[in-house]
Design a protein around this ligand. Structure first.
Ligand code: FAD
Ligand code: DLZ
Ligand code: SF4
Length: 508
């Protein structure tokens, strides 16, 4: 009798806490591909293939390292389809004295795990997920006496805690945040490097066949498939990012270019979120590149802030606000998700590009998610539940702990300002400044009203007008309400009429 140590699909790190103290001669590691996890939302085909392939490679590497692995594949004859069912079957096979698992990333899975002890009559130990840089207790303490939670202050504390980009306790370069330098529009000849690409091996090819056969109706293109699926490949992707993209990551962080889905972003969230990479090693790699003089400070600091700041901050908020965070709906938005989020069939070129790229790659970069796909959902009053579900389905890096705060808090302001100080709403002018999408659009970004006008232009003002009672006291929006109030009645009516006409056509 040994222990049963359960490793979930987003816990693919050899340093995962549930392996601490493992007796390789007696303990069994259980990993399972289960129907429930692959379908509780209908994940993008590439996301399922990525995770199953990464899980199978991880199990292989653990076996090589001498662990006793019990790996259940999706098509195994007796597969019960759920974590609970598979743990139950594994108990029958191995008769363990105890079950050990690392704290799951998602609330619904934690609730399930918490019931195992009673269900199976065995002690269950839930270890902290110490891959994160801020524990849940630490975040709770940090948040406890604050009326407003702001990422910037959390981030400074984390910089101090880990001594990142610090000189004698002060931030290198004299300021904590260089974001003001990180908003350059795209320019010709930026020389965007090709992204990391791995070649599928036999394990991946088997998984690709499985996903095509079993999840063929799910959203998204399965081929071509080039994700890293092993720790070594993920480390290669990190190296390639540091060498080839990081130097310009800061400058062009917010830029969007037609047919350039990858820009200078890292494309590492896939690997961070399933455990193939660890946050501190990515942060250190960027810090070292700065100290070597290979990349400017605005790039290194900007990248580090995303991981040490935003990533940890949103996770802390998720666990503070669950359960119920996904049901928050400050603006009472109830519209359905328009069909074009799946088909890409829309005359709005920015949205068409972002949906097409999402479908092809299970990836879109942050500004596409926030200022195009998310911004439209906010302005059009789409229900937070529908928007959350879409974002959880379509990206290969999406897990509820990180997706939900970004959607409910950052994009939709559905928590009334718990996470963000104001809604990230914007008209077409922003998209035009930061991209070349408008040049290829049948709407005119320069037009504010009428059938040819860019819909973002009037929807933006209509959103502000509709939600005045909830936003007028937000001091960051005061100027915009003053501008709106200076408009003539005809103009205000045109905004309301154009918005009503457009939204009616959206739902035939
Ligand atoms: P880069 O832009 O290169 O950033 C580097 C790293 O910083 C990322 O890999 C990621 O780990 C971290 N990071 C950056 N921004 C954020 C953020 N806002 N929150 C948390 N971590 C961040 N990120 C996810 O990992 N999973 C999601 O499901 C997810 N859903 C999102 C939904 C919306 C509506 C928005 C606006 C953002 C979402 N993000 C999500 C955050 C961010 O867009 C992605 O982390 C990023 O696009 C991943 O690509 P990258 O690895 O190239 O990141
Ligand atoms: C996302 C996902 C998918 C598609 N499939 C599995 C699976 O078959 N087995 C598994 O262990 N994990 C899977 N995952 C990731 C889990 O949903 C993830 O571990 C939980 O969200 C953690 O709370
Ligand atoms: Fe998008 Fe408006 Fe520009 Fe068209 S004109 S690409 S709808 S912002």
């Amino acid at each position: 009798m040994g222990r049963l140590r359960v490793i979930l699909g987003d816990q693919l790190s050899q340093t995962i806490s549930c392996l601490t103290g493992c007796d390789k001669t007696r303990d069994t590691i259980l990993m399972c591909e289960v129907w429930d996890e692959a379908t509780y939302v209908a994940h993008h085909k590439k996301k399922i293939a990525f995770l199953f392939s990464a899980m199978r490679h991880f199990a292989r590497d653990l076996r090589k390292a001498g662990y006793n692995i019990d790996y259940i594949q999706l098509d195994d004859a007796e597969n019960s389809g759920s974590f609970r069912g598979e743990v139950n079957r594994a108990i029958a096979r191995h008769a363990p004295e105890q079950i050990i698992v690392t704290h799951p990333g998602e609330y619904r899975v934690l609730q399930d795990v918490k019931n195992w002890q009673e269900a199976f009559g065995l002690p269950v130990e839930i270890h902290e997920d110490d891959r994160f840089l801020c524990s849940l207790d630490e975040f709770r303490n940090w948040a406890k006496d604050r009326t407003q939670l702001r990422m910037e202050f959390f981030y400074r504390d984390m910089r101090k805690k880990y001594g990142i980009l610090l000189e004698n306790g002060k931030p290198v370069g004299g300021q904590w945040n260089f974001d003001a330098q990180n908003r350059k529009p795209p320019k010709d000849g930026m020389g965007i490097p090709t992204p990391y690409q791995s070649r599928p091996d036999d394990i991946t090819n088997d998984v690709l066949d499985l996903v095509e056969a079993r999840f063929g109706s799910h959203f998204g293109d399965l081929q071509p498939f080039h994700f890293a699926v092993t720790r070594q490949q993920a480390l290669n992707a990190l190296d390639q990012f540091i060498d080839q993209r990081l130097a310009q990551f800061g400058d062009y962080q917010d830029a969007m270019v037609q047919n350039q889905p990858w820009m200078f972003h890292a494309h590492l969230a896939f690997y961070l979120n399933c455990g193939l990479l660890l946050p501190l090693e990515c942060i250190k790699a960027a810090e070292n590149a700065y100290y070597r003089g290979d990349v400017p400070l605005n790039a290194a600091e900007g990248f580090i802030r995303q991981i040490l700041g935003w990533r940890e901050f949103v996770r802390g908020i998720y666990w503070l606000k669950m359960p119920g965070y996904g049901d928050e709906n400050y603006f009472n938005a109830t519209a359905a998700l328009p069909e074009f989020y799946w088909t890409a069939q829309t005359r709005m070129n920015c949205l068409r590009q972002c949906v097409q790229e999402t479908r092809a790659n299970a990836y879109a970069h942050h500004i596409q998610r926030l200022m195009v796909l998310g911004n439209f959902a906010l302005l059009a009053g789409i229900s937070p539940i529908a928007v959350n579900e879409w974002f959880l389905i379509v990206y290969a890096d999406a897990y509820e702990w990180v997706e939900m705060p970004n959607v409910t808090g950052m994009v939709l302001f559905a928590d009334g300002g718990y996470l963000a100080s104001k809604p990230y709403a914007a008209g077409g002018g922003y998209i035009n400044k930061m991209s070349d999408y408008c040049e290829n659009c049948s709407f005119k970004v320069s037009k504010k009203n009428g059938p040819q006008a860019c819909p973002f232009n009037y929807l933006y003002w209509d959103f502000l007008a509709r939600n005045r009672a909830k936003l007028a006291n937000n001091h960051r929006l005061g100027m915009m309400y003053k501008t709106y109030d200076r408009m003539g009645e005809d103009k205000k009516q045109a905004i309301a009429d154009d918005s009503a006409r457009f939204l009616k056509c959206l739902y035939p």
